[in-house]
Write a protein that binds this ligand. Sequence first.
Ligand SMILES: [Ca+2]
Length: 509
Amino acid sequence: MKINFRNLIIPSLSILFILTGCQPQGDNIDEAREAMSLILEKSGATSDLKNVIFVLSDDHRYDFMGFTGKVPWLKTPAMDKMAAEGCHLENAFVTTSLCSPSRASILTGMYSHTHTVVDNQAPVPEDLIFFPQYLQKAGYETAYFGKWHMGHGHDDPRPGFDHWESFKGQGNYYKPSLNINGERFEYDEDTYVTDLLTEHALEWMKNRNKDKPFFMYLSHKAVHALFKPAQRHEGMYENEEVVIPPSYYLTAADDYKEHEIPEWVKQQRNSWHGVDDMYHGAHNFDTFFKAYCETLTALDESLGSVISYVENSDLKDNTLVLYMGDNGFSFGEHGLIDKRQAYEESWRVPLLAWAPGMIKPGSKVKNLVQNIDIAPTVLDMAGLVAPDYMPGKSFGPLLKGQNVDDWRNRIFYEYYWEYAYPQTPTVHAVRTDRYKFIRYHGLWDSNEFYDLENDPWEMNNLIRSPEHQEQIELMLNDLWTWLEETGGMQIPLKRTTHKKIDNRFKGYY
Ligand SMILES: [Ca+2]
């Protein structure tokens, strides 16, 4: 089935044409795309720091790192080292908590409703510019390793990368297959994908063109479900005790009604993404929790190898290493598993920055940072001014310990309902450093408002609280203004192609 995306593409192109001054030749998208400039204005800032390594993980939640103490027995020495010697951006979030939309936001610097990769099934419009394309034009050598996920159909090289290694969709933990610069390579059943990608990334760094600065994007499959640790890590946490969050039992009985928790949250408890029927009985909470932590171990080792290589080469003083997750993951909070919703465990991500010489050891950034800031930040490191159509900002100054007076004081969220996972509705949300307002679309249910300072576990919905009505109205208006001003006033639809697969309506339309 071919979907005509012209109606989606033309508005985003129009924005680019206004900003770049280029006019489309008729309405031919290919010609229009050719006409666009990939040359960005230089910022004029001089910096010795030129190279950037961006390591992305899949579904790693913000607090499952050894140094946070969240899971007392979890060991992540490389992440701990990055935080101790570099910077922990403590309030990092995505704009959509789902693989493909978040990855598209990282690579384009745009919101999901702007790049239109709103879910894992949405095709990728051909006019999208991935920010490494700008880096290439500025003389960078670029490389991509690992999970791409957007547009499941193929794993061929995508624009913006001189070197390409990827696989279709989610790929496999064991016996991986890689498309390396257009050529297919198959690996044996003992080959573990996290280790393989790390080896190849290190090899590329050793053999790259040393006359050019570089940008490397190492995108791990780990720690996406269904978790499979490296053989050497299997069972390492077998005898440990899982961490049960305070909100785990909130929807187990009728208490949730007093707390004004929405009915859909209660319903999801008994679904593919709920603790009472997780993955339709294929997994139990304890083994699932431990397998996640064990799978995380090879990912941490990968980070350790990358940092060690940088540390022991001439890259030490001119390279920034960033580590981030593409979205969060709930482990029983509100009785839920997985992501998509706008509670903290789903919306927040880990974000660490390490660059000896630039970042003061042990730095903490408390500002609200999002995935849409990655592109402007990397471009900033390359001495380039991010294009105006990108709503994010470089957090480079924050890493250097500078005060940025006009940094955003609220962030926005969007998630669009998926046919395959009908238990989570369409969600829009806005969050400040203290309050969160969540709005559900097309659902006769309660919206939510939380005072995160007094209720960090989001267990007391204050949507009816008289003293908070003014704040709620303010945030509701902020949300609509954001959607209106950024072209987000439509809900994407997809044709139904198969019968339902959820536990309540399986086999029926
Ligand atoms: Ca993900």
